[in-house]
Ligand binder design. Structure first.
Ligand SMILES: NC(=O)c1ccc[n+]([C@@H]2O[C@H](COP(=O)([O-])OP(=O)(O)OC[C@H]3O[C@@H](n4cnc5c(N)ncnc54)[C@H](OP(=O)(O)O)[C@@H]3O)[C@@H](O)[C@H]2O)c1
Length: 333
């Protein structure tokens, strides 16, 4: 039997596109490793551009998808700032990157502590020689209700307000780059929820980890588009992607039943592929203001009825909500 790659190499692009569309109609086909392998085999994927000499910050770099993103960017030549809470695990990722001949430093921050994020991000903004991109990969599905020191529900604090704070403090440095990139790692789970600002942050009585996570991941999509809308004129492009179902410590802990999917789960480098490609500029010089990327293609951000918002100013309203919750406004800059 001929190997998949050689059969696929002969496939006309129109058939490859139809195959991709057919995969997308089935969640298992699209999100699992099968989707990644079939798309990679049937589409003309080339290596992401080199990012040698550029500096990128990756949050959640100590584990799973973020770690694989850091490794992929180091392979492409990027100097790295590696964000996370565990200094030893971060240092081990940094060592691996240095072995690839790039510069890598660790950056300890707990994204669940807003004041700490502000302070650490301000210091980083002063300290860095240059900054050409941020990949927001840190995140976790939290089964139990918890709040940060300000009383903000922790899923919202880490997935939404922390990236907002971090990017807000570093935006000036990004704007100095000739072309800076923000990549947000959301989740296919966000397809199940609409964004309603009044119910984005769940209280202790109604808290369900999967719902809180899906809502925060939906909010990340809207925020990523808002960065594009507000900052593309400053040469900052923003993308949001999801990694499909990827075999990581985070997945095993939060959703142990998924681990039983075994070979259907993507390897971390496969889940990370689209984020690396986007962060390296694979999608061109324009960010995107709608859709979510998976396997190097921008896809609809809505599959389910009732999840689409008809509110054209939702991004603007989310921005104001984040400003109010963080105290970071244009006036405070
Ligand atoms: N795996 C999947 O199938 C899948 C699917 C959809 C979306 N995602 C998304 O992919 C991203 C990475 O997830 P993963 O599966 O790779 O999980 P993981 O292996 O648990 O990695 C999560 C990373 O986020 C960091 N993090 C979590 N909370 C943090 C906090 N409060 N402050 C600082 N860093 C924090 C962790 O750092 P520490 O080392 O300090 O804990 C770790 O580096 C997440 O945004 C997740 O929502 C994953």
């Amino acid at each position: 039997m001929r190997p998949l790659r050689s059969v696929a190499a002969d496939m006309p692009p129109s058939i490859a596109r139809s195959l991709d569309a057919a995969l997308e109609m089935t969640i298992v086909g699209s999100f699992s490793r099968a989707g990644f392998l079939l798309r990679r085999a049937t589409q003309e994927w080339s290596d992401p551009p080199s990012v040698r000499g550029r500096t990128l910050l990756v949050t959640g770099a100590s584990s799973g998808v973020g770690r694989a993103i850091a490794d992929g960017l180091a392979r492409r030549g990027a100097d790295l700032v590696l964000g996370g809470r565990d200094p030893d695990r971060l240092e081990s990722v940094a060592r691996g990157a240095r072995e690839r001949g790039v510069r890598a430093r660790t950056w300890r921050v707990d994204l669940g502590r807003g004041a700490e994020v502000d302070e650490a991000a301000r210091e980083l903004a002063d300290d860095l020689e240059r900054l050409d991109g941020i990949v927001h990969s840190a995140g976790a599905l939290l089964p139990h209700f918890a709040t940060d020191v300000d009383g903000t529900e922790m899923t919202v604090a880490t997935h939404l307000l922390a990236p907002f704070r971090l990017t807000w403090h570093l935006a000036g440095r990004l704007a100095e780059s000739d072309l800076a990139t923000i990549v947000t790692v959301s989740s296919g789970g966000m397809y199940t929820q609409a964004l309603h600002l009044e119910s984005l942050e769940m209280g202790p009585e109604q808290y369900r980890g999967t719902t809180a996570y899906a809502r925060a991941k939906r909010a990340q999509v809207v925020l990523a588009h808002e960065w594009s809308r507000r900052w593309s004129s400053s040469g900052i492009r923003s993308y949001v992607m999801h990694p499909g179902w990827t075999d990581t410590p985070g997945l095993a802990e939060a959703l142990p039943r998924f681990s039983r999917l075994g070979p259907l789960l993507r390897r971390p480098d496969e889940g990370a592929d689209t984020a690396v490609w986007l962060a390296a500029g694979g999608a061109g010089t324009e960010g995107t203001r709608s859709g979510i990327w998976l396997d190097r293609r921008r896809r609809s951000e809505y599959y389910l009825p009732g999840t689409r918002s008809g509110n054209a100013s939702l991004g603007d309203e989310l921005w104001t909500w984040c400003e109010r919750r963080t105290g970071l406004t244009e006036a405070s800059n």
